[in-house]
Design a protein around this ligand. Structure first.
Ligand SMILES: NC(=O)c1ccc[n+]([C@@H]2O[C@H](COP(=O)([O-])OP(=O)(O)OC[C@H]3O[C@@H](n4cnc5c(N)ncnc54)[C@H](O)[C@@H]3O)[C@@H](O)[C@H]2O)c1
Length: 422
C-alpha cells in the first residue's frame, strides 16, 4: 500500500512530533507540504522531510487555496485556530487528524463534525490517551467483565508544579480567552478517557475549582517581576532559571525547553529568561486558568466518578481506581492491579513499556498509536480504526463544556439526551 501523503499545519511541538513519526515510518506516511508562519520551524520541518520550497507555506490558507495536494492533513495549530482549517480542509476532501481541543466553544465543535460528515471524510481528534497499550489493557479488563459492574471511579491528574508554571501560568494555555479553560485545554483528555473506558457518556456533572495560588496576592515579599532579577528566586519552587537551565545543562533539548527557545544555547536561554514570557514571576503573570479543579460525574447505570486535577503535585502520570461489583482495578499509567473479590487474589498487568506520559515522551505511546491508527484508517478507507472519531470526541467535549459551566455557575449540569445518544 502506498504511504499516506499528509500536510502538516503548524510546525510546533505537536506538528513536528507527528511528522517525525512519518519520518520513522516512510512506508506508512510521507509529509509532502507544511504551513507554518515561523521561518525557523517551517525550514526545519521542510528540511527534515525533503519538502520542496514551493510546498512550504507561511499560512495554511495558502495550501488550502491549491486544492487537494495530499490524502490527509494534520492540523496542529493552537486551540483557537482549529475550526477554520478543519472546515476548509474537510470541504477539500482531506481526511483530518485534528489536535485537541477540537475548538474552545461548542458551536465550533459542532461545525467541525458537520463539515467532516458532510464531506464524508475521516476525522481523528488528538485524544492520544485512547491509543496507549496501557489504555488497551485497562479497557480489556473492563470489557471482559472482570470488575463486574463498575459503580465508582476515582481519577487523578497530578499535573505537577513545574508543568502548571510552564504551560498554564507563563505559557500558551494560561488564559481561557487565548486558549481554552484548563478543563478543556488539559483535562478534556481525562473526561474523554473515562467515557472511553466506561463506554458511556455522563448524564450529569458538577465541578469546583479555582485559580488560588498563582496570583499577585501570593507574591512573596521582595519578589521581582522576572526571576533573573529576583532576590527570593533561590527559595521559590517555581523559579524559571532553575527549571530551564537545568534542562539545558542536562541536554534535555525537547519539550518543555523547546517551547522556550529554538536555539539550545545558554545565550538564547538568558535572553528568553530576561525578555520572554517564560522568565516571568509566577505571581506576576496575566494567567486566569484554574490551578486545581474537581469534577463529579454520574453515568447511566448509576456509576459515579470523581476527577481531580491539581498543580500541587510532583509531575506524575494519571492514576485511576475503578471499583466494581466483582473486583477493583488500580492503575498508574504504567502498571495495572486487578483485585478479584471472589478469589481475593491480585493480578498485576504490565503493558509493554512505552516511556513516560509527558508530551516529551510521546504520551506513553499515545502519539504513535494515534498516527498508526489514523494512517491505517486512511490507507484502508476504514474509519473504525480511529478510536477518537467525530461523534465520540464531540460527546466528551460537550461533557467538558457542561462541567465548566457547572464550575462557573455553581450548578449541576445535565447533558442533553440528544448529545448523550450520539
Ligand atoms: N494531544 C495532546 O496530548 C496535546 C498535547 C499538547 C498540545 N496539544 C494541542 O496541540 C495544538 C498545538 O500545540 P503545540 O504545543 O504544538 O503548539 P505550538 O505553538 O508549538 O505550535 C502551533 C504552531 O502553529 C503555528 N501557526 C500559527 N498560525 C498558523 C497558520 N496560520 N498556519 C499554519 N501554522 C500556524 C504556530 O506558529 C506554531 O508553530 C494545541 O491545540 C494544543 O492544545 C495536544
Amino acid at each position: 500500500m502506498a504511504p499516506v501523503s499528509v500536510l502538516v499545519i503548524g510546525a510546533g511541538q505537536r506538528g513536528t512530533g507527528y511528522a517525525r513519526w512519518a519520518g520513522r515510518h516512510p512506508d506508512r506516511a510521507s509529509v509532502v507540504a507544511v504551513a507554518e508562519p515561523r521561518e525557523v520551524r517551517r525550514a526545519r520541518l521542510a528540511a527534515e522531510h525533503g519538502i520542496a520550497a514551493g510546498n512550504a507555506a507561511a499560512d495554511w490558507r495558502q495550501l488550502a487555496g491549491r486544492g487537494r495536494l495530499a490524502d490527509a492533513v494534520l492540523i496542529c495549530t493552537q486551540d483557537r485556530m482549529h475550526a477554520e482549517p478543519a472546515e476548509a480542509f474537510a470541504a477539500l476532501g482531506y481526511h483530518i487528524l485534528l489536535e485537541k481541543p477540537m475548538a474552545p466553544d461548542e458551536a465550533a465543535c459542532r461545525r467541525i463534525v458537520a463539515a467532516v460528515e458532510q464531506a464524508g471524510v475521516m476525522l481523528a481528534v488528538g485524544h492520544v490517551m485512547r491509543y496507549t497499550p496501557y489504555t488497551r489493557a485497562v479497557k480489556q479488563v473492563v470489557e471482559d467483565g472482570q470488575l463486574g459492574d463498575i459503580m465508582s471511579v476515582q481519577h487523578l491528574e497530578p499535573l505537577g508544579f513545574w508543568h502548571q508554571a510552564h504551560s498554564y501560568v507563563r505559557g500558551n494555555w494560561r488564559r481561557a480567552d487565548l486558549a481554552a479553560s484548563m478543563l478543556m485545554a488539559k483535562s478534556c483528555h481525562d473526561l474523554d478517557w473515562l467515557q472511553y473506558i466506561l463506554g458511556r457518556v455522563p448524564l450529569r456533572v458538577s465541578s469546583f475549582g479555582s485559580l488560588t495560588h498563582f496570583t499577585a496576592a501570593n507574591r512573596p515579599a521582595g519578589a521581582a517581576d522576572r526571576c533573573v532579577a529576583c532576590s527570593v528566586e533561590a527559595s521559590c519552587p517555581y523559579s524559571a532559571p532553575r527549571l530551564y537551565r537545568g534542562l539545558l545543562d542536562r541536554g534535555e533539548h525537547r519539550w518543555p525547553l523547546s517551547a522556550v527557545i529554538e536555539d539550545f544555547s545558554a545565550g538564547a536561554l538568558d535572553e528568553a529568561l530576561r525578555d520572554g514570557p517564560y522568565g516571568r514571576c509566577v505571581y506576576a503573570c496575566d494567567n486566569d486558568v484554574v490551578d486545581h479543579q474537581v469534577v463529579a460525574l454520574e453515568y447511566p447505570g448509576a456509576t459515579t466518578a470523581t476527577f481531580t486535577m491539581t498543580a500541587f503535585s510532583k509531575a506524575a502520570g494519571r492514576s485511576t481506581r475503578l471499583f466494581g461489583t466483582r473486583g477493583e482495578l488500580a492503575g498508574d499509567g504504567q502498571t495495572i492491579r486487578v483485585y478479584d473479590f471472589l478469589t481475593r487474589a491480585e493480578r498485576l498487568i504490565t503493558p509493554p513499556p512505552t516511556g513516560g506520559m509527558t508530551a516529551a515522551d510521546g504520551h506513553g505511546g499515545g502519539d504513535a498509536g494515534l498516527m498508526d491508527a489514523f494512517t491505517a484508517a486512511v490507507a484502508s478507507g476504514n474509519p473504525e480504526l480511529i478510536r477518537s472519531g467525530p461523534r465520540e470526541s464531540l460527546a466528551s467535549h460537550l461533557a467538558v463544556f457542561a462541567a465548566e459551566r457547572a464550575r462557573l455557575n455553581g450548578t449541576v449540569e445535565t447533558i442533553p439526551v440528544a448529545d448523550r445518544l450520539r
